[in-house]
Design a protein around this ligand. Structure first.
Ligand code: NDP
Length: 336
């Protein structure tokens, strides 16, 4: 029999939505990111379990990009499979995003850059892989110093005008690039509504007056922050130190290197875990709650290698408030 989503999903713990900047779109405070764990290396049953769990919890946003998964494109193809099997009846209840900007296919038109030719052909390929007519948000995945920003923005604008995207976004643009992108978008009347920066307790470059959070706030853009758990460092995953757990990202991937796990770092991570325990949260939950306490953060894009992890992460929404002493203790351990 066909899978049916839980009728109680909009009363579930993840059914908390925030307006994305000054747009009319509301995004779930916690969204699911498919960068890792959705390629061909991960069994489809595990992926399905994570996706169904997310949707049943009220998580309505699914964040993808052209080159997610091993091999590139496989996260989108697998997502297309799950769309066909499970989610087709729910398409209008989902926000599905994709991006182009990093290396994707060989030759000068599919690697890096954000020129018109690459962006628009990549979007067509993404839609074909996901079996979708349109995505909700199409992103320029990174700023490209070799392409005029106007060209990138006109390409994003065309994705909307051609009906292949409803909104557009930018990712890893610095504050100045963000301001310039927003200015062109305004001129074109392109619905640029969101920026994706990396933000977590261990990487706070977006904070401060000159930071990208302030720029987005001023421009009316929402923010979807990525790697909110520092790829797993801000969870219970590595608290035991060496040897790191079998099957963890640090074991399987080149993106999270073992050398970040110094003795000093471990001391601070364990202290943060203790603080989380005192709050009745896991370290993952406290780390997400800490990000979401800032109203300029529209949504945190979490990764998960199991449904259990995702359920745990969504539990963060149970307590988003922090006492001053907790915040200073977190500052001390996260800036150390
Ligand atoms: P996270 O920082 O959320 O790390 C996810 C990893 O942390 C999981 O794979 C898992 O590790 C571990 N984990 C997650 N939840 C828990 C939990 N509750 N308890 C214990 N461990 C947990 O995010 P990612 O780095 O994966 O990034 C998230 C999303 O952000 C991506 O999927 C993508 O959508 C987006 N992104 C965007 C980028 C951009 O350039 N715009 C760049 C990077 C990411 P394990 O696998 O070891 O179990």
């Amino acid at each position: 029999p066909a899978w049916r989503a839980d009728p109680g999903r909009y009363q579930a713990s993840g059914a908390v939505y925030r307006r994305c900047g000054r747009s009319g779109l509301r995004l779930p405070a916690i969204s699911l990111g498919l960068w890792q764990n959705f390629g061909d290396e991960r069994p489809l049953e595990v992926q399905r379990d994570i996706l169904r769990t997310a949707f049943d919890l009220g998580v309505t946003q699914f964040d993808l990009a052209n080159n997610y998964g091993i091999p590139y494109g496989s996260a989108e193809s697998n997502f297309g499979h799950h769309m066909d099997r499970d989610f087709r009846p729910y398409r209008d209840e989902m926000v599905i995003t994709t991006k182009a900007g990093y290396d994707m296919w060989p030759g000068p038109y599919g690697e890096g850059g954000s020129g018109r030719k690459y962006l628009l052909s990549s979007l067509d390929q993404s839609l074909a892989r996901m079996h979708l007519d349109y995505v909700d948000i199409f992103y320029s995945h990174r700023f490209d110093p070799d392409t005029p920003l106007e060209e990138t923005m006109v390409a994003l604008d065309q994705s909307v005008r051609s009906g292949k995207a409803l909104y557009v976004g930018i990712s890893s643009y610095d504050p100045d690039q963000t301001r310039r992108a927003a200015a062109v978008a305004r001129e074109l009347r392109t619905p640029l509504i969101v920026s994706q920066p990396r933000y977590n307790m261990l990487d706070r470059a977006v904070e401060g007056e000159g930071g990208v959070l302030a720029a987005c706030d001023e421009l009316g853009l929402g923010t979807a922050v990525f790697s909110p758990l520092a790829q797993g460092l801000l969870t219970d995953r590595y608290l035991g130190g060496d040897p790191v757990p079998e099957g963890s990202r640090m074991r399987l991937q080149r993106f999270l290197r073992t050398d970040v796990l110094t003795e000093d770092r471990l001391v601070h991570l364990r202290a943060l875990a203790g603080l989380a325990r005192d709050r009745g949260q896991t370290l993952a939950q406290m780390s997400l709650a800490w990000l979401l306490r800032d109203p300029r953060v529209t949504t945190v894009l979490v990764g998960a290698s199991s449904a259990r992890q995702l359920r745990d992460s969504v539990g963060a929404l149970g307590n988003l408030s922090f006492a001053e002493e907790e915040l200073s203790e977190i500052d001390a351990h996260s800036r150390a």
